[in-house]
Design a protein around this ligand. Sequence first.
Ligand SMILES: NC(=O)C1=CN([C@@H]2O[C@H](COP(=O)(O)OP(=O)(O)OC[C@H]3O[C@@H](n4cnc5c(N)ncnc54)[C@H](OP(=O)(O)O)[C@@H]3O)[C@@H](O)[C@H]2O)C=CC1
Ligand SMILES: O=C(OP(=O)(O)O)[C@H](O)COP(=O)(O)O
Length: 344
Amino acid sequence: MMKKKIALIGYGVIGKRVADAIARQDDMELAGVCDVISDWRIQTAVKKGYSVYAATEDAQDSMQKAGISLAGNMADLLGVAHLVVDCTPKKIAAQNVEIYKERGIKFILQGGEKHETTGHSFSAENNYASALNRDSTRVVSCNTTSILRTLTALKKAGLLQSARGTLLRRATDPWESHLGGIMNTLVPEKDIPSHQGPDAQSVDSELDIVTMAVKVPQTLSHLHYWNVRLTRKADKKEVIEAFQTSTRITLINYSDGLVSNNTIKEKYLDMGRPWGDMYEVALWQDMLKVEGDELYYAYVVDNQAIVIPETIDAIRALTGMEESAEKSIKKTNKSLGINNGGQL
Ligand SMILES: NC(=O)C1=CN([C@@H]2O[C@H](COP(=O)(O)OP(=O)(O)OC[C@H]3O[C@@H](n4cnc5c(N)ncnc54)[C@H](OP(=O)(O)O)[C@@H]3O)[C@@H](O)[C@H]2O)C=CC1
Ligand SMILES: O=C(OP(=O)(O)O)[C@H](O)COP(=O)(O)O
């Protein structure tokens, strides 16, 4: 089978990870990366041997001045690709949609864009099938992906009635700390529900869910607290077994010393994951509590990493190269060392 060629627009926090993940797959290849930056960030792509394209004329000038050897412009890249993954900042990708539609190229957006930009929002374990052979989809954001993974596992076990969650959101990505992240404060999101609950409903409209969110002054990851009403009285074992049906939830324990988001980060760095990335939702098994039909738990979401495997699965769904969600997820997991002790 001919490998599908994938274009990557926006080589930032998410884009550089998606590019490496594409390069690891045996059924697709990275056609090239396209950006406006000309500093150390794009030099990484050059060093990795990726073909680099300039998104704008200004970018072309500055990249050439920085000595970057260009393979062409954005139109050139789209011309050699079967599908484009757009990882540009919020709202930029929405503007690119018209270009993709005009060229008739399939496209994937990230969670900063609205559901309406594609009319389909994606979360592999929930709705892979409905994305098959579509022209476009949007991989929901990091928080929403974690919510869908955990609640879908409970739903598939027939246990989910309703869910209420409080999200502690990291203030900014680590490399951008110097640009003005918050300090010595907590900044609650004004609206209840915060946008992640309704966003999860864009994938699964049946979910009875309310989220609240607060921005906290650290950069490592998000932390969620959930209170779930179950369909019936259950015991802890049943709930744990439900979570274990997801290959992208990892159960962790306080008793192992994993007592905070920084200790979890260190573990993933020790495991040799690129950037110490944790693609899984790390859910505390020994903290989890069930009282009658009420369930309480907390987990950590590596916001920079969690949507990477989802994006790879979205590529397989849209191109139709794999019809089975289970097979795609398994293939992606294997390539990234997910559910394999994290060893690559
Ligand atoms: N960061 C996160 O934790 C997560 C982000 N997301 C979503 O992923 C998407 C990307 O976010 P993120 O990776 O953080 O963004 P970044 O800002 O880290 O990266 C975006 C990259 O695209 C570049 N860019 C800007 N304009 C253009 C353009 N017109 N054409 C090509 N490239 C351009 C940026 O350059 P410059 O820096 O000069 O603007 C930057 O290099 C967003 O939708 C976001 O909401 C989803 C989950 C988690
Ligand atoms: O928290 C995130 O998204 P989400 O809260 O919409 O799920 C992402 O990490 C990026 O969001 P931000 O960069 O706007 O904080």
